[in-house]
Design a protein around this ligand. Structure first.
Ligand SMILES: [Zn+2]
Length: 456
C-alpha cells in the first residue's frame, strides 16, 4: 500500500484540501482522507484532478497530422486528408505502428490522458499479421504506461448495400472467420489496466448480418466489454443510410442493435432530437472528437440539449490533429456558444462552472466508454490522476472552484506537472522517462515515410 499527499483537489464531486490517498493492489484507491498533512520527508503534490480518458484514437494517423492542410484545384476538400491517410496506412508495419503509438501515447500522458481507446483498423488481412499489429499497440501501451482499451475493428465493405472493399482498404479487412479468432487470441493478452472491446467501423463497413455474430463472440469472452462504432459523422453518410435502409444511422442503430451503457457512438454529429434523446435514454456514451470534427468540417453535435437531459459524453483525439483534452473541451463548448450566440452553455442544470462541468462529465463518460474504473477520484476507482502546477500564471487569480475553468479555458502552456496511471507516476515534472528515445525513433521513421509520399 502506498500513500500520496496532495495540497488540494477534486475528490468525487467536491473540492477538498490536505488530501491523503491510499493506493492498493491494481492501483485502486482504497482510502481517501482529508485535512491530513504529509509527515516530514513525504512530498506534498499540488492540485489533483482525475485524469482524462481518451475514448477514440487511430494511432497511426498521428504521423500525418498537419500534412493535409492544403487543397488541390479540382479535387474534393476531403482529398488531401484521405490521400495522406491511405499513403501512411500502406506503410504501416508492426514496427512502425509500435514506434508511432509509443510516441503518441507519451504525448497523451503529458497532456493529461491516462487511458486510450485504440480504434484499431490496420490488420493486413491474415490473423498472424493482424495479431502482430495488435501486439504492436499493446507493446506501445505497456512500455509507455498508458491504460489501453484495445478495440480491433470489424471492417468488411466500402459502402451500404455490401459494396466490396476497394484496393486501398485492403489493410483494414479480415479473411473469413479471422475477426473472431483475433478476439479470442487477444482477450487473454489484455490484463491489468488493459482490456479488450468490440468495434464496428461504421454502418457503411459492416453489413447488418455481421453484428450479431461479433457481439455473440465478444459476449462469450466478456459480456461487459465496451462496444464502439463510428456513426453519423458526415451528411453524406446519413443520406446514404437513409437511401439504403429508410432510416438515419443513429435511428437505425437504436432500432436494430442492443444499444445500452456498453456502447459508445463515435461522433454522432448529425442527429435529430428524437435520436439524441434515444441515445440519452439508453445510457450510451457519445464519443465527441471536437478538434478532429472541426478539422474535417464534420459539423457540430447538439451537446447542449443532449447534456441537459443527462446524456453522457466523453472526448477523443481521433486523428490527433490535437493531443490536448483542454482544447477538445474548449472547442466543444465554443461550438455550442457560436451556434447558439450564448456564453457558458455546458453547465450542470441550475448553472455552475463550465470548465468543471466539462472535465467532470468527460472523465466519467470516457471511463464508461472504455470500461475502465477511472473518471473520478473516489474509493474503489483506479488512481489515474493529474497534478497541476499551481505556480503557473494560469492559476494566479483562481480560487479552488475556478481552477478547472482556468485550466480548460486558459491553460497555456500545459500546466500539468505530474501524471499517475494505476498508482504509478508516468510523468514527473512534465517529463516522461522514455520520451527522448521514443521521440527520436518516431521522428526518424515518420520523416522517411513522409519523404516517400513526396516522391510518389
Ligand atoms: Zn475515428
Amino acid at each position: 500500500m502506498q500513500k500520496h499527499y496532495f495540497k488540494d483537489g477534486l475528490i468525487g464531486a467536491g473540492w477538498a484540501s490536505d488530501i491523503c490517498m491510499h493506493v492498493g493492489a491494481g492501483g485502486l484507491i482504497t482510502k481517501l482522507e482529508t485535512g491530513v498533512k504529509a509527515p516530514s520527508g513525504a512530498p506534498t503534490h499540488a492540485t489533483v484532478l482525475p485524469a482524462m480518458p481518451n475514448l477514440h484514437s487511430h494511432a497511426f494517423q498521428r504521423a500525418f497530422a498537419g500534412l493535409a492542410e492544403f487543397r488541390t484545384p479540382g479535387e474534393s476538400d476531403f482529398w488531401s486528408w484521405r490521400n495522406a491517410m491511405y499513403h501512411f496506412a500502406a506503410h504501416m508495419t508492426p514496427e512502425a505502428v509500435e514506434v508511432i503509438a509509443s510516441a503518441l501515447y507519451i504525448e497523451m500522458l503529458k497532456a493529461g490522458y491516462s487511458a486510450v481507446g485504440e480504434f484499431h483498423y490496420l490488420h493486413n488481412s491474415h490473423v498472424d499479421q493482424a495479431l502482430a499489429m495488435s501486439d504492436a499497440i499493446i507493446t506501445a501501451a505497456k512500455q509507455t504506461g498508458i491504460a489501453l482499451t484495445h478495440l480491433p475493428v470489424l471492417y468488411q465493405t466500402s459502402d451500404f448495400g455490401s459494396v466490396p472493399a476497394n484496393k486501398s482498404q485492403a489493410p483494414f479487412l479480415h479473411a473469413d472467420g479471422e475477426y473472431d479468432r483475433l478476439l479470442k487470441i487477444l482477450a487473454p493478452r489484455l490484463k491489468g489496466p488493459h482490456r479488450l472491446g468490440l468495434c464496428f467501423h461504421s454502418l457503411r463497413a459492416v453489413p447488418e448480418d455481421a453484428f450479431d455474430a461479433a457481439i455473440g463472440t465478444m459476449n462469450e469472452l466478456d459480456d461487459t466489454a465496451p462496444i464502439h462504432i463510428h456513426v453519423a459523422e458526415q451528411m453524406r453518410e446519413v443520406e446514404a443510410c437513409v437511401k439504403a435502409t429508410g432510416k438515419r444511422p443513429v435511428e437505425w442503430l437504436l432500432n436494430n442493435q442492443p444499444v445500452d451503457e456498453r456502447w459508445c457512438l463515435i461522433h454522432a454529429t448529425h442527429v435529430t432530437e428524437d435520436e439524441w434523446r434515444g441515445v440519452a435514454e439508453r445510457g450510451a456514451v457519445v464519443g465527441l472528437c471536437p478538434a478532429t470534427e472541426a478539422n474535417l468540417g464534420d459539423g457540430i453535435f447538439p451537446a447542449a440539449g443532449f447534456s441537459a437531459v443527462g446524456g453522457r459524453f466523453g472526448i477523443g483525439s481521433d486523428s490527433h490533429i490535437s493531443i490536448d483534452p483542454r482544447e477538445e473541451l474548449r472547442l466543444l463548448e465554443y461550438g455550442q456558444r457560436l451556434s447558439r450566440h450564448a456564453r457558458t452553455v455546458l453547465t450542470a442544470s441550475g448553472g455552475g462552472h463550465t470548465g468543471e462541468f466539462l472535465w467532470s462529465q468527460a472523465t466519467k463518460g470516457g471511463a464508461q466508454a472504455l470500461g475502465q474504473p477511472i473518471g473520478e477520484i473516489a474509493v474503489g476507482r483506479r488512481a489515474d490522476l493529474i497534478v497541476l502546477d499551481r505556480t503557473s500564471p494560469t492559476f494566479a487569480a483562481s480560487t479552488l472552484s475556478q481552477m478547472l475553468d482556468a485550466f480548460v479555458f486558459v491553460g497555456q502552456p500545459n500546466p500539468i506537472s505530474d501524471v499517475m496511471v494505476a498508482g504509478e507516476w508516468v510523468v514527473k515534472a512534465g517529463r516522461h522517462a522514455k520520451e527522448e528515445h521514443v521521440f527520436a525513433r518516431y521522428n526518424d521513421l515518420v520523416g522517411r515515410i513522409a519523404a516517400k509520399m513526396e516522391d510518389a
